[in-house]
Design a protein around this ligand. Structure first.
Ligand code: ACM
Length: 614
């Protein structure tokens, strides 16, 4: 007897082709069963043959057979053209007539002529040099020496050096627990000359000592540079060297904003994963952790005034207000961060020189919040009157309801004290066309259309933040129409690289985060079996590494820096996370820190095998 399992096939055709799903082993199932599955590939018009499509909710689908016997059905008028085998059915389960469920296996999406992997071959190895990423601004080498066994503190070490040494020791032990430790009692003594250079530092190498000129964050970065040079020279002595006595390194970052964004809504990342992620960020001198805490698929941060936000909004599963999504089985998944967790993470990040920038993604992307707090829905709005790009119906907070601003203010009341960073990100992306069209409350605002409703709302949120001395972070849609005030905003340019130029030209401060180069969930080749999303093309590591922000941002003084964005829809396992994120994250980090001329693809490519993973 065939155990139930699902296969899926895509065939070319009009309107993004034909998506056929087959349930094998259906013959043995009791009459009245249904098939639930998750897939980002949806029909935009409900076009299905061979089964009844009973429910679509984001990536969740529920299908009933039309007759007994084999089940195979085809969806057309699809939401996109699949390009990779992960674009099909991500998970499936049976809903049986007695109300129980049974998870069943699914196969990767097949197609008739799968495109082959076109990843370019790795470059020829570089000439031997320092194994550093990001690359420092100025290196003056007198020659190379054997990597030392480690570093030690002099008895009269400054308190600042002791603190940085302890942090570097923990960082190295966290990232490389199996390696001999570098910051214990090694033969090379560190000497500290306090000098305020911000994040910059200077290193002078002697035979059995290193003098560090730095203060504040620069001190830790100096130790990280020492650790990287030593670690890589030990790992691969044929390619990577350690500076001989008399050598110097003088360094400071190119950009003040060197960010990594992580979407913890589509998938929950336990605190220990976040801690390790922060350690990896610090290793590459990234200094802004953009924590994408809420989205349609979950609300992940405790708000004491609204416990339902996490009780309901952070719990997905069959029979719950939030269905299983994006690869979940029937049991779904749940997880959120308490305010104490967030405060602890902010403190741990600060010790590593990293600011945590929270994001509450509003007004769209709010399905989880609206399921948890139905008083935020206009009771007179037509249900299902618009659909988001991710397949959620009526997913935007409603600026026409007084309760909406009360909600935002209460969330900010609770979160602003926990997140001291100047920038607080409020999303602003992807409000669906037609949002609020059928809401009498929104129409009573008497504003000429949705773009005006959105910008008036975002401006009010921005004013609240400005009153508290904060700046609003927002995706580039926040600058559309009569957008938010430029002086109190930092805009994250994601939709296209040249949008960054336009935004900087009209006065916005911009963080460069183009989906076409810095979105790390985008696939790395055209290969059918390469994982990832394809809506922004495909981005090999080299393309990410060689993207130069100044080619795209008109007003250099308006460019705050760069940011990699990790969206989690397709990151279904740690192995896939690591494959997608590394080393592209490190490529963005190097662009954020190093001067353009210091970037060298063969060196980076050779080094990247030794970068830590999650
Ligand atoms: C985004 O990718 N929606 C910011």
């Amino acid at each position: 007897m065939t155990e139930p399992h699902v296969t899926a096939h895509w065939a070319e055709g009009p309107d993004n082709g034909r998506f056929t799903i087959t349930l094998h082993g259906a013959e043995a199932l009791p009459a009245g069963y249904r098939l639930a599955y998750t897939s980002q590939l949806r029909t935009l018009s409900g076009a299905i043959s061979g089964a009844e499509l009973q429910q679509v909710d984001g990536s969740f689908h529920l299908v009933a057979p039309l007759a007994e016997g084999p089940l195979s059905f085809t969806l057309t008028n699809l939401s996109f053209t699949p390009k990779h085998s992960n674009d099909g059915v991500m998970s499936a389960f049976l809903v049986l007539p007695d109300g129980t469920t049974q998870d069943i296996p699914t196969a990767p999406l097949s197609c008739d002529n799968p495109p082959v992997d076109d990843t370019p071959p790795p470059p020829a190895p570089p000439a031997p040099g320092l194994g550093l990423s990001p690359m420092p601004a100025e290196i003056a080498l007198t020659g190379s020496a054997a990597a030392p066994a480690g570093f030690s503190l002099p008895p009269d070490a400054s308190a600042a050096l002791r603190a940085a040494f302890a942090t570097a020791a923990t960082l190295f032990a966290t990232l490389f627990p199996d390696q001999p430790q570098l910051f214990e009692a090694g033969p090379v003594q560190l000497c500290h000359v306090p000098e305020d250079m911000g994040e910059g530092y200077r290193l002078a190498f002697q035979a059995d000592a290193v003098t560090i000129h730095a203060s504040g964050p620069g001190l830790l970065y100096a130790l990280i540079t020492l650790a990287q040079a030593t670690h890589h020279a030990r790992q691969n002595p044929a390619l990577f060297t350690y500076p001989a006595a008399g050598s110097t390194i003088a360094d400071s970052p190119r950009f003040q904003w060197r960010g990594a964004h992580l979407d913890v809504a589509r998938r929950f990342y336990p605190m220990d994963d976040l801690r390790r992620f922060l350690a990896i960020m610090a290793w590459h001198k990234l200094n802004r952790f953009h924590w994408h805490l809420t989205d349609d698929e979950a609300w992940r941060i405790e708000i004491r005034a609204f416990p339902a936000l996490t009780e309901i909004g952070a719990t997905r599963g069959w029979g719950q207000a939030m269905p299983p999504l994006l690869g979940d089985g029937a049991a779904g998944q749940s997880g959120h961060y308490s305010q104490a967790d967030a405060a602890a993470l902010v403190a741990e990040a600060a010790a590593l020189g990293i600011e945590v920038i929270p994001e509450i993604d509003i007004p769209a992307h709010s399905t989880a919040a609206l399921r948890a707090l139905p008083h935020l829905i206009d009771p007179d709005e037509t249900p299902d009157s618009y659909i988001s790009v991710h397949g959620f119906k009526n997913n935007a907070l409603n600026p026409g309801l007084p309760a909406t601003l009360d909600f935002v203010n209460t969330v900010l009341d609770e979160l602003l004290p926990i997140f001291p960073a100047r920038v607080f990100h409020l999303g602003g992306d992807e409000v669906a066309r037609g949002a609020w069209d059928s809401s009498p409350a929104a129409r009573r605002l008497n504003l000429p259309g949705n773009s005006a409703i959105q910008s008036a709302f975002m401006r009010r949120c921005q004013a609240r933040l400005a009153a508290e001395g904060r700046i609003m972070g927002g995706w580039d849609e926040c600058a559309e129409g009569d957008g938010v005030a430029a002086e109190d905003a930092l805009i994250f340019a994601w939709q296209s690289a040249d949008l960054a130029k336009m935004l900087s030209n009209v006065g916005y401060n911009v963080t460069f985060a183009p989906a076409t180069a810095y979105y790390l969930d985008i696939a790395q080749s055209h290969g059918w079996h390469e994982p990832g999303a394809s809506w922004a093309g495909m981005t090999p590591v080299q393309a990410t590494y060689e993207t130069e922000p100044s080619d795209w941002v008109g007003q250099a003084e308006k460019l705050a820096g760069v940011q990699a964005c990790i969206w989690s829809e397709t990151l279904v396992s740690k192995a896939i996370f690591n494959h997608q994120v590394f080393p592209r994250l490190c490529a963005v980090a190097e662009t954020g820190w190093s001067q353009p001329g210091a970037r060298h693809w063969p060196r980076f490519a050779a080094l990247s095998a030794h970068f830590p993973r999650l």
